[in-house]
Design a protein around this ligand. Structure first.
Ligand code: 2HA
Ligand code: ZN
Length: 270
C-alpha cells in the first residue's frame, strides 16, 4: 500500500477526510469550476508524532510576510491548480500538509507528496495567523465561488455595508440562526493579493463570512463542515430571493421585528 498519512486512523486523518467531503459538495454545487476555490485547515492540535517525524519534502518556501503566531504550525492546504472534484477522491494527491518553520516566514511541505500549496496560501495563512492571534477556536478557512451570491455582487447596491446581510437573513430563519454575524464585503481586488488578504482580515473582526465582489466568498469556522454550512445557508437564501424575483415579485422578507424576536429567542449576537 502507498504510504499515506491517511492510512492510520487519527484525528488528523479525520480532519483531512472532512476537507475531501466538503470538496465533493463544492463540486456538486457548481461552486468549484476547474481549480476554483481553496481550503486550508490548521492541524497543529491534532498533528501525530508520525507526521512530526517526517522529513521535509521541499526546500523552505518563503511566505513573503512574517506570521508570528504560526511558528511550528501544521496545515492541510489544497494544491495550486488542483481541482476540488479530484481532491474529493484523493485529498493527499491534490493537497499537502505543510509545516511553518520557526522563522514564521517560510514553510516546508511534509506529506504525502511535494504538492505546491494553493496560490492563495498567503491570504489563507494570514487569516489563520489573525485567528490564532485573537485566541479564536476557528481552524478552517474556505474560499469558494457560489453562483447566486457572486451574481448578487454584480449589483453595486448590494455592496453597501450589511445590505446583503439583512436581505439574506430575511429570506429564511435558518440564515439568521446559523450565520448570525452576517456577511462582510470586500471590494474587488486581485486574487491572491496582499490587498485582498488585508481587506478580508479587517472584515473578519465583524463577520465569519466575507463576500469578495465579483469573485467568491471566504468563510472561517471551527471546522470545514461548519464553514461550508454557513455558505450553503447563505446561498439557499440567495436562491429564494432570486426565485421570487424570477417569479416577478419582490420577496416580502421576514420583518425586522420578527428577526429581533428570533435573535432574543435564540440568544443570537446583535
Ligand atoms: O485558487 O479560487 O481565487 C483558486 C481561486 C483563486
Ligand atoms: Zn477564487
Amino acid at each position: 500500500m502507498i504510504q499515506s498519512i491517511l492510512n492510520e486512523k487519527s484525528l488528523l486523518a479525520d480532519r483531512i477526510l472532512e476537507v475531501a467531503e466538503v470538496a465533493g459538495y463544492l463540486w456538486q454545487k457548481g461552486w468549484a469550476e476547474r481549480n476554483g476555490g481553496n481550503i486550508t485547515i490548521n492541524l497543529t492540535e491534532v498533528v501525530t508524532d508520525k507526521v512530526r517525524s517526517l522529513s521535509p519534502l521541499s526546500e523552505p518556501i518563503p511566505i513573503g510576510r512574517e506570521l508570528s503566531n504560526l511558528k511550528d504550525c501544521y496545515f492541510y492546504c489544497k494544491g495550486t491548480n488542483k481541482r476540488m472534484r479530484d481532491l474529493a477522491r484523493r485529498p493527499m494527491d491534490h493537497g499537502a500538509v505543510i509545516r511553518v518553520l520557526d522563522d514564521c516566514s517560510s514553510y516546508v511541505i511534509v506529506a504525502d507528496n511535494p504538492v505546491q500549496p494553493t496560490s492563495e496560501i498567503v491570504p489563507h495563512l494570514s487569516i489563520h495567523n489573525y485567528l490564532l492571534g485573537k485566541g479564536s477556536s476557528y481552524r478552517a478557512v474556505l474560499h469558494t465561488h457560489p453562483i447566486d451570491l457572486v451574481a448578487m455582487t454584480h449589483n453595486p447596491a448590494f455592496l453597501e455595508k450589511d445590505r446583503l446581510t439583512y436581505l439574506l437573513w430575511s429570506m429564511i430563519p435558518e440564515t439568521r440562526a446559523f450565520c448570525p454575524r452576517g456577511l462582510g464585503i470586500a471590494p474587488y481586488a486581485l486574487p491572491g493579493s496582499v490587498e485582498l488578504a488585508d481587506k478580508i482580515l479587517s472584515e473578519l473582526d465583524e463577520y465569519d463570512v466575507v463576500i469578495w465582489e465579483k469573485h467568491g466568498v471566504c468563510a472561517v469556522a471551527e471546522n470545514i463542515l461548519e464553514a461550508f454550512d454557513m455558505v450553503d445557508t447563505l446561498s439557499k437564501s440567495a436562491q429564494i430571493y432570486l426565485t421570487a424575483k424570477s417569479m416577478g415579485f419582490e420577496p416580502e422578507g421576514i420583518s425586522m421585528e420578527k428577526m429581533d424576536e428570533m435573535r432574543e429567542a435564540f440568544h443570537l449576537p446583535k
